[in-house]
Design a protein around this ligand. Sequence first.
Ligand code: ZN
Length: 423
Amino acid sequence: MNENFSILPFLKSKIFKIIVIILSIVLVLTLVGPLVVLAIASQPAVTEHAYSDVFFTSYEEVRANLNNRVLDLKSKNIEVHQSEYAVNAKEGLYIDNIYLPSTNEQTNLIVITTGVHGIEGYIGSVMLDVFFEEIYPDIDTVNTGILIVANVNPYGMKNMRRYNENNVDLNRNFIEDWDNFDLSSNTEYPKVDKFLQPEGKMGNAFWHEVGFYLSLAKEAIFTGADTISDALLTGQYEYPEGVYYGGNGDEVSTAYLKGVFADCLDGEYENIIHIDIHSGYGPRYNMVIFNSVQDPTTEAEAIAEIGYEYIIACDSEEFYITYGDTTDYFYRLAKSKGSDKGLYSTCFEFGTIGDGFFDSILSLKFTVDENRQHWYPSNDKITAEMVRQNYLELFYPTETEWRLKAISDFKAATLGVLNAKLK
Ligand SMILES: [Zn+2]
C-alpha cells in the first residue's frame, strides 16, 4: 500500500504526462506510419497500357509473348531461327534467342540484348515489341540480319531482381581475364559495407525508414557522401551478399553471352550494332544512350551523328567507368581478336526515379532494402510490400506518362543509331 502512496504524486506530475504523450505518439507512428509509408511507395495502378497491352509482370508472360512474335514473323514468311539456352532447366530458366538472317548479303547485324539485369528485362521485352512493330518493317533485310538475345538473366526476371541466382550483377561480370583482374579494385565499398548490406530482418516500415535516414546521415557525416556513391558505381567483387557484386568468375549467363559475342565477331556480318537495354539510371522521363568507355566518340560528336539529344559519352560530365559490362567486353573482345569489323556496342538506359540528389538517395535506399529483404525476408507484410513496390518503381514504373515517353525515346534513339551506323 505504501508503494501506491509513493507513486501517486508521480502520476500527477508533468514528467508523467510528457511520457504518456511521447508514448502515444510513438504508438500512433508505429501503427499508422507504415500505412503512410506503403501508400507513398505504391505505384499507381495501371489504368491504361501504353503499348499494345505488353507491359508484362511475369517472366512466363514475357517468354510467351516472344514465342508469339516468332509465330507472327513466320506467318509473314520471314525466316526466323528460335532457340533457348538453359541457365537452369530444372527451374525453367532460359535465355531466349531469335535470329533473322539477312536475305542476301551479310553486311549488318543488329544485336539487341535484354534482361542482363533481370528485372530490367521487362522494359526490354516491351522495347522488343516496339522494335518489331515499328522499326523492323523499315529495315533493309536484304543486307541486315537481326539477333535478339532476350532474358539474359532469367532468374532475375522471374524473381524481380537485378541480380542473378548467385546474387551477381551480370553487368559487372563481363571481365575479360579473371586471372589478371583485381577483385579488390573497389577500395570504397569496404568502408561502407555495413551500411550497404545491413544484417537482420527489417521490422516496422515506419521505424525502418527513420532508421535508414539516421544511419545514412551518420555515414554521410563520418565517412562522406562521396565514399558511398563511389562504393556503388563501379561494382564490387569481395562481398557476395552485397549490392552490385560482380562475382569472381564467369556466370552461366555471362559465359553464354560472351560466346554469342565471339560468334558475331567470327561470323560473316561486316558491321555489328549492339544495343543492351537497361533501366534505373538517369533522369526520369528520359532514355539515355550510355556509350562504352571503349568508344572514343565525344558527346558532341555522338549527338551530331545519331541525332538524339541524350547521350553520355566518354567525355561527358556524368560518365563513370564500370568494370565488366557487356559493351565494354564486346569492344575488348573485338580488339583481342584483331577484328576489322565495324562495331558499335552501347547501352540504352531508361531513367526511372531521376538523377537529382534526393533521387539518388531513394535509388540507394531501394537497392539496399531489396538486397536485405532477399537475404533476410521480413516478417512484416507491409514492409515487404513497400520494398517490392519501391524496387518496381526503380526499374519498371507503371505510370502511363513514363511508359509513353520510354517508347517514343526508344524509337527515336534506335532510328538515330541505325541511321548513323547501318551500312
Ligand atoms: Zn541495368
